[in-house]
Design a protein around this ligand. Structure first.
Ligand code: XMP
Length: 516
């Protein structure tokens, strides 16, 4: 059984180095089956020890003949465990089992018409004769290995899918995990539920129950400390740990004064008043303002804020007696991206930092097998308010990166009020959460204007609103004119010192989402 979730049947996704492995793991979980990503070269013995209910081979380099192409332990295919290979996975299977994968110079990228050639196929049951699939490969299988039947083709790929029912081996040249493949998720569900016979039983409720159980076993009667920022991850960690160990948990909320309007109050309201968590609210606002005085360089600002955060946090931690564990909201993508090497480091904004000298805690990371959308679902299930569960990404250094130049109490106050108007108006319009992030920026310039009979010399507010899937790239949101007009009017009328409102129409790249 799986290492991670007790009796939960697990699907292992062998990662051949493409960006698709995470997506596959998520699709499997969307089919309500627990999945884990493992390196492609996991040995057959290790697979047998973990006894997964099924295995999926991810995509990878475009060809099994590519230089340094990764190869799996072929004995994994003999374990009698159902295996489904995608893209590079079909080539691996063909290579190891006696099929032919000729080198070609012509690839196939993008949409292709998938034709099911075997109406009795197990894997493609319920897929219509013709549908759309997504291809991304150069070489492909020309002759399926002995024992396999070809079950689909595309105009350029003879073996678009194949299966050997007696050995329970299945593979597709196309990518069922991407949304462009019309019946992709259907195929994944068929494989998991019908072929491998795994019941779709992976739910947020059993994530919570099993995590609670595990945390109790791990910490026993020890005390645990948790840095609460108001963000989704740390909030869910706190709520989950509280469910598991109640009063043994202390949360430290370092209030650096750089949060948005009402956010600090909301953290206190939620965790102290609603959850009755032992919460230390450190009022560090003045300390931060003093440190930031005269600092205009953005990198310097970030560094000061980050370092001070841990200084304040550890000062508080040392005041508490007998704390052995530090809880943090490491997520599954953090674990995968750092190659499972997160031990003894602290997740700090985008970086992992080491403990300061003389400080030692054992880490407890209850979310480290979960994806972000699962973390949100757990949060809702635990009763966290929507404003926290669906909170937009917000930089650790907070409004300091949205104030260009020196950060002062007055500027923070101005930006907070303008930003609250922007959020209120876009929230009301964007009920389906189609805009990824939206906020105000206060630049370090002033311009002339006129209000009533008087000339003004005030700051502008920049509205930034972007659509994005992952913050790696982004486009400016096409907000309706009347919404922009309403925000502009309200900001000018309600926020003193602002005499212009501009809308940032830069995509990323070349811009970034934040201004600093
Ligand atoms: P950029 O500005 O690089 O931002 O396009 C990409 C995403 O990361 C967020 N961001 C940060 N998050 N600490 C954080 O925790 C930071 O210093 C930081 N800077 C940017 C940003 O809001 C966006 O979602």
């Amino acid at each position: 059984m799986s290492d991670a979730y007790g009796d939960q049947p697990t699907v292992l996704v062998l990662d051949f180095g493409a960006q698709y492995a995470q997506l596959i793991a998520r699709r499997v979980r969307e089919a309500r089956v627990y999945s884990e990503i493992v390196p492609y070269d996991i040995t057959a013995e290790e697979v047998a020890r973990r006894a997964p209910a099924a295995i999926i081979l991810s995509g990878g380099p475009s060809s099994v003949y590519a230089q340094d192409a990764p190869h799996m332990d072929p004995r994994v295919l003999d374990l009698g465990i159902p295996v489904l290979g995608f893209c590079y996975g079909i080539q691996e299977m063909a290579l190891h089992l006696g099929g032919q994968v000729p080198r070609t110079d012509v690839g196939e990228y993008g949409f292709a018409e998938l034709v099911v050639t075997d109406p009795h196929s197990e894997l493609l049951a319920g897929v219509p004769h013709i549908s759309q699939c997504w291809m991304s490969h150069r070489d492909s299988v020309s002759v399926a290995p002995p024992g396999f039947s070809v079950i689909a083709r595309t105009p350029t790929t003879a073996v678009a899918a194949m299966e050997d029912r007696s050995r329970r081996l299945y593979a597709t040249q196309f990518h069922p995990e991407v949304a462009h493949t019309e019946y992709g998720q259907h195929i994944i569900r068929t494989f998991l539920h019908d072929i491998a016979g795994i019941a779709p039983a992976w739910t947020m409720v059993n994530i919570i129950d099993e995590t609670v159980e595990r945390v109790r076993e791990q910490v026993g009667h020890d005390r645990v400390i948790c840095a609460l920022s108001g963000g989704v991850d740390s909030s869910v960690v706190a709520a989950l740990l509280h469910r598991a160990i109640g009063d043994q948990l202390t949360c430290v909320f370092v209030d650096h004064g750089l949060l948005r309007l009402d956010e600090a109050e909301q953290v206190v309201r939620t965790f102290r008043d609603q959850f009755h968590i032992d919460l230390v609210h450190v009022q560090a606002q003045d300390r931060y303002l003093a440190l930031l005085e005269g600092i205009t360089d953005p990198e310097k600002k970030r560094r000061i804020i980050g370092e001070e955060f841990w200084r304040v946090f550890f000062e508080e931690a040392e005041k508490l007696e007998g704390v052995r564990w530090l809880a943090q909201g490491t997520l599954y993508p953090d674990v995968i991206e750092s190659g499972n090497k997160t031990a003894a480091t602290i997740k700090s904004h985008h970086n992992l930092i080491p403990f300061p000298p003389g400080v030692h805690f054992e880490l407890i990371e209850p979310l480290k097998t979960l994806f972000k959308d699962e973390v949100r679902a757990v949060g809702s299930e635990l009763g966290l308010p929507d404003e926290i569960v669906h909170r937009q990404p917000f930089p650790g250094p907070g409004l300091a990166v949205r104030i260009i130049g020196e950060v002062t109490r007055e500027k923070l106050d101005t930006l907070r009020r303008a930003d609250a108007i922007i959020r209120e108006e876009i929230d009301a319009w964007d009920t389906s959460h189609s805009v990824w992030q939206y906020f105000g920026v206060l630049p370090d310039i002033r311009s002339v204007g006129v209000m009533g009979d008087e000339r003004t010399y005030g700051h502008p507010i920049i509205i930034r609103a972007v659509s994005s899937a992952d913050a790696m790239t982004a486009d400016w949101a096409r907000l309706p004119d009347d919404l922009l007009a309403r925000m502009s009017n309200r900001i000018i009328n309600e926020v003193e010192g602002i005499n212009r409102v501009v809308y940032d129409i830069t995509s990323k790249p070349p811009g970034t989402i934040e201004w600093e």
